[in-house]
Design a protein around this ligand. Structure first.
Ligand code: COI
Length: 331
């Protein structure tokens, strides 16, 4: 089998090399390029493609894959909202993801950001960077064990986040459209996200982006929240109407937010060596606020996760090659 790996970052190289050493019969070639209609020609003659990107995989890309007789695409991540899955199916392209490369990585980062907001670490950093090093009323924070945490989406990541919050002694509420309202393992599941919005101190998003939750956090739902509430989103940008969030922060309708995922993420955001700067005026303005934490979709980024992403994707391509199907097929 011949595998072509797109979007390869320096931190993935050793894991790819190790996999290649363990699979001497497979030919693996790599590029740092994104997987697009302009770069697909590099994969000519290969049977499977591995990729990891937040920019779209459009219909035209699958059409070209089919024309080049490349039928397998194994993502190194979990989310599939940026793929035209209908087009992939129309052109007979089989796709897999890596569903559990490390729910711990993402859950731990989202809890980290909640603690940063609760303990006001950005205020402390800002003051120290300005050369001031003394107590301030801005530093008085809140204890996590005293908070009611509302978890939206209780798949692998949401469930691990709940376990961490439980260990801290926080009260938990959860909403997941696939789970009935009621008490499950010490967590109160509610029938609607609005029930969480009205009472939660911490609202943490762990749902995939689907049509039914587009802009779940919007002007109306933000108005339901406590002025002391904080929101953390390490899931998908489409869950939040950012204009509405910005207004709610400006009007003190909520107390803070930590955002790791955004609508229309740029390709440069996932590149180590890019010289491209943040130019979106809205993100620049939000990033200047002491009660807003922005990060470039990196909640996943741990050594364990990267290893599992590489191995999961390449193993799926091997399965596709041998059996024409993969355990982690999503389309
Ligand atoms: C995913 O796995 O889908 C993520 O959100 C992280 C990834 C884009 C690196």
């Amino acid at each position: 089998m011949k595998i072509f790996v797109y979007n390869v970052r320096p931190d993935e190289v050793s894991f790819i090399k190790e996999w290649q050493t363990n699979h001497p019969d497979v030919e693996v070639a790599t590029t740092q390029d994104f997987f697009t209609v302009d770069t697909i020609d590099k994969a000519a003659g290969y049977t499977g493609i591995s990729a990891l990107q937040t920019i779209p995989y459009p219909r035209e890309l699958f059409k070209k894959m089919a024309a080049m007789h490349i039928t397998f695409l194994a993502l190194r991540n979990v989310g599939v909202d940026n793929l035209d899955l209908q087009a992939a199916s129309d052109y007979g392209i089989k796709i897999s993801n890596v569903p559990a490369y490390s729910p711990y990585a993402i859950a731990e980062f989202s809890v980290t950001q909640v603690l940063n907001l609760l303990r006001r670490t950005k205020y402390i950093d800002r003051q120290q960077l300005a050369g001031d090093f003394h107590w301030s009323p801005d530093f008085m924070g809140h204890e996590l064990r005293k908070q009611t945490v509302g978890v939206i989406g209780t798949g692998r990541i949401g469930r691990h986040a709940m376990a961490i919050y439980q260990a801290f002694g926080a009260s938990l509420m959860a909403y997941d459209p696939t789970i009935e309202a009621g008490d499950h393992d010490g967590v109160t599941y509610v029938a609607t996200p609005e029930e969480i919005f009205k009472v939660a101190d911490v609202i943490t998003l762990h749902a995939p982006a689907v049509k039914s939750n587009f802009h779940l956090i919007n002007a109306t739902t933000l108005k339901m929240m406590k002025p002391t509430a904080i929101i953390v989103n390490t899931a998908r940008g489409a869950l939040i109407d950012l204009d509405a969030l910005q207004k709610a922060l400006a009007n003190h309708e909520i107390a803070g937010a930590a955002l790791d995922a955004f609508e229309n993420e740029t390709a440069a955001m996932q590149q180590f060596d890019t010289t491209e700067k943040l130019t979106d005026p809205q993100l620049i303005a939000l990033g200047k606020l002491p009660n807003v934490l922005l990060s470039p979709h990196m909640a996943f980024h741990t050594d364990v996760a990267v290893n599992n992403m590489v191995n999961g994707s390449l193993n799926s391509l091997l399965e596709f090659g041998r059996q024409n199907q993969s355990e982690f097929q999503v389309g």
